[in-house]
Design a protein around this ligand. Structure first.
Ligand code: NAD
Length: 253
């Protein structure tokens, strides 16, 4: 019997492979959850759903822009229509920008806030009524070590991820009377398409970053998926409002 048997989970940003949403969706499904996987990239979300079904699981995929209120309303309605409930919401979709403040335009700054912070807010706001009707649940928001640490070049991203961090704690307090838990995960450097597209592809930068990771390696998507699984499952039933660092020790330094 899987650790999430009988539960329904929605994971955003699940198209990217290697990516944290894709790995998380597959991990939750392997533990028995029925999955709704969404992304702006509908074909990629479809591949994630196909992988889940290929492994014997159940999955629905949807095209969804997390910045769109209409897309959120549609995603939650389809979740209820297809599976009748929602127990786990993973706000994973995100975008990254590496630019110093001098070079960041107000439009770029706003876009980071829109996708990374507003997208998470809309997800929680739209899902709350169905989570309540399902008797409670677990919300996991993807923040970042950049949500608490100063890292050169990440001002806009850090503002958004810092917002996710503190908003998560408020949601935890507001959701507690309805048995809705809410926690944030703070990945360090994990090998995904996002990281491959960022400046870490340059060998020199990569070496410098590796020196900053006490465990001596970049993380793998499954390192995050396993942490989400724990926070999504009843094993963490007395844990809410925490920030969990999954970063090989970077934050501890
Ligand atoms: P990724 O770029 O590999 O995947 C992100 C996915 O989000 C993509 O499939 C993309 O299509 C989707 N997406 C982007 N904008 C969207 C939108 N408006 N609506 C719907 N989907 C959208 O990224 P990843 O590395 O898998 O990161 C996943 C999450 O983890 C992000 O929130 C990211 O900020 C966070 N994170 C990642 C790392 C890391 O090292 N990889 C570190 C810290 C935090």
């Amino acid at each position: 019997m899987g650790r999430l048997q009988g539960k329904v989970a929605l994971v955003t940003g699940a198209a990217s492979n290697p990516g944290l949403g894709y790995a998380t969706a597959c991990r939750l499904a392997a533990e028995g959850a029925r999955l709704v996987v969404t992304d702006m990239d509908a074909d990629g979300a479809g591949l994630c759903a196909a992988a889940i079904r290929g492994a014997g699981g159940e999955a629905l995929h949807l095209r969804q822009d997390v910045v769109s209120e209409d897309d959120w309303a549609h995603a939650i309605a389809e979740t209820e229509k297809t599976f009748g409930r929602l127990d786990i919401l993973v706000n994973n979709a995100g975008i990254h920008l590496t630019k110093n403040v001098d070079d960041t335009t107000p439009r770029e700054f706003q876009r980071q806030l829109d996708v990374n912070l507003m997208g998470t807010f809309l997800g929680v706001k739209t899902a709350l009524p169905l989570l309540r009707r399902s008797g409670g649940g677990s919300i996991v928001n993807l923040s970042s070590i950049a949500g608490t640490l100063g890292i050169s070049g990440l001002s806009a991203y850090a503002a958004a991820k810092g917002g996710v961090r503190s908003m998560t704690k408020t949601i935890a307090i507001e959701g507690a009377p309805d048995n809705i838990r809410c926690n944030s995960i703070h990945p360090g450097m994990i090998w995904t398409n996002m990281m491959m597209q960022a400046s870490v592809s340059a060998e020199a930068v990569k070496d410098a970053l590796m020196a900053a990771i006490p465990l001596g390696r970049m993380g793998e998507p499954d390192d995050i998926a396993n942490a989400v699984l724990f926070l999504a499952s009843d094993e963490s039933r007395y844990i809410t409002g925490i920030e969990l660092y999954v970063d090989g020790g970077m934050w501890a330094q």
